[in-house]
Design a protein around this ligand. Structure first.
Ligand SMILES: C[S@@+](CC[C@H](N)C(=O)[O-])C[C@H]1O[C@@H](n2cnc3c(N)ncnc32)[C@H](O)[C@@H]1O
Length: 277
C-alpha cells in the first residue's frame, strides 16, 4: 500500500490530512471492471469517469453544503443523523469509521458518544468536503484523525472497527458492492454497518416528491449554491439508487447478517443496519 501524508492548514489551524493512494483489496478486479458503463444521475458514463464527475459536484458545493442541507430538508437531516447514531449502539470507547463523512455531521455526533477513550476516523474521497469537515470539528473543539480515501479501497486493517457508517455517500459510489465488501472487511465480528441514504418514497407521495426534487431542489441549488446542475444530479442520483429491499439484499450479499432497515419521512430516507457475525 502506497501512502502519502499531507498537512493542510486553514488560518491558524493545522491538522494532518492523510492522503491515501491505496492498492488494497479488490483494486485489481475493480480496475478490470472499469471499461464498463454506469450512471451519473440519468446520464450513462464510463465507470472510470464517474468518480471524477462526482468529485466535481462535491468540490463545487462543499462551501454551501451544510446550508443547502438545512434548506432542502427543513433541518430534518439533523434528526435523521441522530437516529442513525442511536441505531448504531456505539458506546464509550468504541472505534468508528465515518465513510464519505464530508462536512462531519455524523462524526461530531459519534465523537460525543464514544468520548475521549474512543477512536473515530472522518474519511472522504473529496478534499474540499473533508477540509470543511475538519474546520467544523476544530471549531467544535474536536480533532479526530482524517483520511482522504476511496470507500472502494479502504486503508484500514481487517476487523478493526466496532461500527462503520456512511450517510448520504453510498449513492455516489461507482462500485457499491465493492465498497460494501470493504466495509464488511474492516468491521469486527459483532460490529455493524449503518447506512443512511435517500431511498424510495411511499408511492402515494411520489408525484409530490418528484415536483419537489426536480423543481424545488435545482432552483434552491441555483439560488443558494449557484449550482443548479449539481442539485439536479442529486435528484437524479436518488432515483437511480437501489430501493430499501435491494440495498438490504446488497448488505446480505456482502456478508452482513440480521439486516434490517428503518424508513424515515415516508421512505424519503432509510437507515439500513447489518451485523458482522
Ligand atoms: C452527500 S455527501 C454526504 C456527506 C456527509 N456524510 C453528510 O451526511 O452530510 C456525499 C459524500 O460522499 C463522498 N464520496 C463520494 N464517493 C466516494 C467514495 N468512493 N469514497 C468516499 N467518499 C465518497 C463525497 O465526496 C461527499 O463528500
Amino acid at each position: 500500500m502506497k501512502k502519502t501524508g499531507q498537512t493542510i492548514s486553514s488560518g491558524s489551524r493545522k491538522m494532518e490530512l492523510r492522503v491515501v493512494n491505496s492498492q488494497g483489496a479488490g483494486m485489481d478486479s475493480k480496475k478490470s471492471e472499469q471499461s464498463g458503463t454506469t450512471h451519473f444521475g440519468y446520464q450513462k458514463v464510463l465507470e472510470s469517469e464517474k468518480s471524477t464527475r462526482v468529485g466535481a459536484v462535491f468540490s463545487s458545493v462543499a462551501s454551501q453544503y451544510d446550508l443547502m442541507n438545512d434548506f432542502m430538508s427543513g433541518g430534518l437531516h439533523r434528526l435523521w443523523k441522530r437516529f442513525a447514531v442511536q441505531l448504531s449502539g456505539v458506546t464509550t470507547g468504541s472505534r468508528v469509521l465515518d465513510i464519505a463523512g464530508g462536512t462531519g455531521d455524523l462524526s461530531k455526533l459519534f465523537l460525543e458518544k464514544i468520548g475521549p477513550e474512543g477512536e473515530l476516523w472522518l474519511t472522504d474521497i473529496n478534499l474540499e468536503m473533508l477540509s470543511v469537515g475538519r474546520d467544523r470539528l476544530v471549531d467544535a473543539g474536536k480533532m479526530p484523525p482524517l483520511c482522504q480515501c476511496d470507500a472502494e479501497s479502504l486503508p484500514y486493517p481487517d476487523e478493526y472497527f466496532d461500527c462503520v457508517t456512511v450517510a448520504f455517500g453510498l449513492r455516489n459510489m461507482t462500485h457499491k458492492a465493492q465498497a460494501l465488501k470493504e466495509m464488511y472487511r474492516v468491521t469486527r465480528r459483532g460490529g455493524r454497518l449503518i447506512v443512511l441514504e435517500f431511498s424510495k418514497v411511499w408511492k402515494p407521495l411520489e408525484k409530490l416528491y418528484d415536483l419537489y426534487s426536480f423543481k424545488f431542489i435545482p432552483f434552491m441549488g441555483k439560488l443558494v449554491a449557484k449550482d443548479e446542475d449539481s442539485y439536479r444530479y442529486l435528484a437524479e442520483s436518488i432515483r437511480m439508487h437501489p430501493s430499501q429491499e435491494e440495498l438490504a439484499d446488497m448488505f446480505r450479499e456482502s456478508g452482513f447478517d440480521r439486516v434490517e432497515y428503518f424508513n424515515l419521512a415516508a421512505g424519503v430516507v432509510a437507515v439500513h443496519r447489518g451485523f458482522k457475525m
